[in-house]
Design a protein around this ligand. Structure first.
Ligand SMILES: [Zn+2]
Length: 348
């Protein structure tokens, strides 16, 4: 029986050392040491021995079992560490390799320009207001003193909202004036930049375009204030300190008097030519660029906004943002601003 134990011990030791993974080792453990395992089968023979023999053989069997269990533990940790070694070999990474920088975009030219406008006017104490792009006819026309028969209300110019009575895509940012006046008391200084919509589409017009509206109301506000504010803003925006303005009489229903504002050409500085005798293409030799519509806020519009026209006066202006961008960055086509061609946008 002692021989039997010796033999099986050698067999098991060999088996343990030849095992190459943990699963096989577990299987081996069950095969030899399980309840019906080979080792226990041999020990059943103890019953047939005398008490003295039992003591000797039993002791030997216990020691052998302990030895074999220790061998299994050693083999298991060997297998585990070699497995870790294999992972380290196949899944290593070099922490010193520089990372991949993700492609980061930047804000669109129009959005950045609006930010610039807001900070230029912000420095002059102007607040920034926004209003809905789907606007009530009431705010877009009626409250701005646009007569019922004014051509601007015509289906050809205005996008009316289907199935939503008396709503339009706002044709101007001016309705924000009325909304802002309705919630504030003078003095008021505010600009309202945003999208506006008209049925108009060619090289210099887009059905969606951007406008900035300006409004200043207080006691004793005059056209001198309008000229000073607008001139300062344009000089800052175009980074051209020599910009001058000229006013031409015009008509807009929400102002009285109404004005077209021209500024000296940003390309030729108002000279009408660049270099010697090269006619300026931008202003077509005139030296002036049409830049804004403006005027003193009509008393009826002030009243509609809840402002007393006997006590307060104010000016308002509207400037095309896209046009200013085109002038500043010498962009030839309006649609470049909206086509989202990265080759164009990445230049700014
Ligand atoms: Zn010019």
């Amino acid at each position: 029986m002692q021989e039997q134990i010796k033999t099986i011990k050698e067999t098991i030791i060999k088996a343990i050392h030849s095992v190459t993974d943990e699963a096989a080792l577990r299987e081996l453990e069950v095969r030899y040491f399980g309840r019906k395992g080979a080792f226990n089968e041999i020990l059943k023979g103890l019953a047939t021995l005398s008490d003295d023999e039992k003591r000797v053989v039993g002791k030997m069997a216990n020691e052998t079992k302990k030895e074999l269990e220790a061998a299994i533990v050693t083999q298991r940790s060997k297998l585990q560490s070699s497995q870790l070694g294999a992972i380290a070999e196949t899944e290593w990474m070099d922490m010193t390799v520089p990372g991949t920088t993700p492609r980061v975009g930047h804000r669109h030219l129009v959005s950045r320009f609006i930010d610039d406008l807001e900070s230029v006017f912000g420095r002059m104490g102007f607040d920034v207001a926004t209003g809905p792009e789907v606007e009530e006819e009431h705010y877009n026309f009626n409250q701005l003193n646009v007569p019922e028969d004014h051509p601007a209300r015509d289906m050809q110019d205005t996008f009316w909202i289907k199935n939503l009575h008396k709503y339009v895509l706002r044709t101007q940012t001016s309705p924000v004036q009325i909304r802002y006046m309705g919630t504030r008391k003078p003095p008021i200084r505010v600009i309202a930049p945003g999208k506006t919509f008209r049925k108009d589409s060619d090289a210099t017009h887009s059905p969606m375009f951007h406008q900035v509206e300006g409004l200043m109301i207080d006691e004793n506000i005059s056209m001198a204030n309008l000229k000073a504010v607008l001139a300062h803003a344009l000089r800052e925006i175009f980074e051209t300190p020599s910009i001058e303005l000229r006013f031409r009489a015009s008509y807009f229903p929400f102002v009285e008097p109404g004005l077209e504002v021209d500024c000296t050409c940003v390309m030729c500085n108002g000279k009408g030519q660049t270099g010697t005798r090269i006619p300026c293409r931008l202003c077509k030799k005139s030296g002036w660029l049409e830049i804004a519509g403006a005027g003193m806020v009509h008393p009826t519009v002030l009243k509609n906004g809840g402002v007393d026209p006997e006590r307060y006066t104010g000016f308002a202006f509207g400037v095309g943002i896209d046009r200013m961008i085109m002038l500043k960055y010498k962009i030839p086509h309006l649609r470049l601003l909206f086509e989202n061609d990265l080759r164009f946008l990445e230049q700014f």
